[in-house]
Design a protein around this ligand. Structure first.
Ligand code: PMP
Length: 340
């Protein structure tokens, strides 16, 4: 039976990418050696690293004001690396409270400077995104989570801000066109739209760095990894290779515009059915509905387990909601086909 993978992350990857990745583990580029048993300093892997950086730049349209690095420690490590590298103790950063991941970022930022939570949707269980809030012009940056994986909210228009925006794009990176000009830093764990868990992508504008007074441990200083092309220490070679294949696939699909249209079509198909079918209801304010994670409920809670059984019987995987909110969630990341 064909499986339809609606998992929230780690998540579906393109079938062609999985096939090439499997082959590279067996025999990398016909070398007779596995990708995961060769030196990361060799020419073959260097080419992988270079192409991965170049594809990120190309897809996002980053000019030479931007740096790109592949790091480890998950998006969760960016919750502290961002303030550690950007925010002095006597400065303030603005944060939006749009759910669990945003809250983890807020908690870590408080270790390094002042945090002003400028907007929150907590009072409605994070089922909408707060709008029209003010950000002080002396804030170092405004932190947002572009897509809130657990609740199924996604900024369709990012908040207006006179200070650079730092964005956690873990669950919607490369899913639609992005104008990078309001951003100072973008980060994302790979395991939804880019590749396997184990690598985190960071794009940072050069002028954001070199500002903090504190002494940074070498491995936690963005400049270390930028200077050495993400090769200061042994990088996670397999996850980075799979990212490269996925980025190639996105480019072959027509880039972010084409991917965005494809994602829009998938999401509208599912939301239209949720709205039409009296057995289901959506949980998120219509204008904030995520194109990546579609949260919904059975109108009668007693129907939920029957629905999940129908899914299981039909090869539909991963539609149980996050344990903190319950209900149902279908994640429609880039690689999911319209047919699913
Ligand atoms: N931010 C968002 C929006 C996420 O969805 C997740 C994980 N699901 C994280 C951060 C944490 O990522 P990681 O597990 O890579 O630390």
């Amino acid at each position: 039976m064909k499986k339809h993978n609606f998992s929230a992350g780690p998540a579906i990857l393109p079938a062609s990418v999985l096939q090439q990745a499997a082959e590279a583990v067996r025999d990398f580029n016909g070398s007779g050696l596995s990708l995961i048993e060769i030196s990361h300093r060799g020419k073959a892997f260097e080419a992988v690293m270079d192409e991965s950086h170049a594809l990120v730049r190309e897809l996002f349209g980053l000019d030479d004001q931007w740096e790109v690095a592949f790091l480890t420690g998950g998006a969760s490590s960016q919750f502290f690396m961002v303030p550690m590298n950007l925010l002095n103790e006597d400065e303030t950063a603005a944060y939006t409270d749009t759910g669990v991941w945003a809250n983890r970022a807020i908690k870590e930022a408080k270790l390094f400077g002042n945090v002003e939570v400028v907007a929150s949707s907590k009072d409605q269980n994070y089922t909408f995104l707060p709008k029209n809030f003010a950000v002080q012009s002396n804030a170092r940056y405004l932190h947002i989570t572009t897509n809130n994986t657990i609740y199924g909210t996604q900024w369709q228009e990012i908040p207006h801000s006179s200070v650079p925006i730092v964005a956690d794009m873990s669950s919607d990176i490369f899913s639609r066109p992005v104008d990078v000009s309001p951003y100072g830093l973008i980060y994302a764990g790979a395991q939804k739209n880019i590749g396997p868990a184990g690598v985190t992508l960071v794009c940072v504008r050069k002028d954001m760095l070199g500002h903090v007074r504190r002494t940074l441990p070498t491995m936690l200083d963005y400049r270390t990894h930028i200077k050495d092309g993400s090769m200061y220490n042994t990088p996670p070679v397999f996850p980075i290779y799979v990212c490269m294949l996925t980025l190639r696939w996105i480019k072959e699909m027509g880039g972010l515009k084409a991917i965005g249209e494809r994602n829009e079509r998938k999401a509208q198909t599912l939301y239209a059915e949720i709205d039409r079918n009296p057995l289901f209801k959506g949980t998120v304010a219509a204008e904030d509905r995520s194109r990546m994670n579609v949260n919904f409920l059975t109108a009668d809670p007693a129907h939920e387990s029957a629905f999940l059984k129908i899914c299981a019987d039909n090869g539909i995987e991963g539609v149980k909601g996050h344990r903190s909110v319950g209900g149902l969630r279908a994640s429609l990341y880039n690689a999911l086909e319209q047919e699913s």
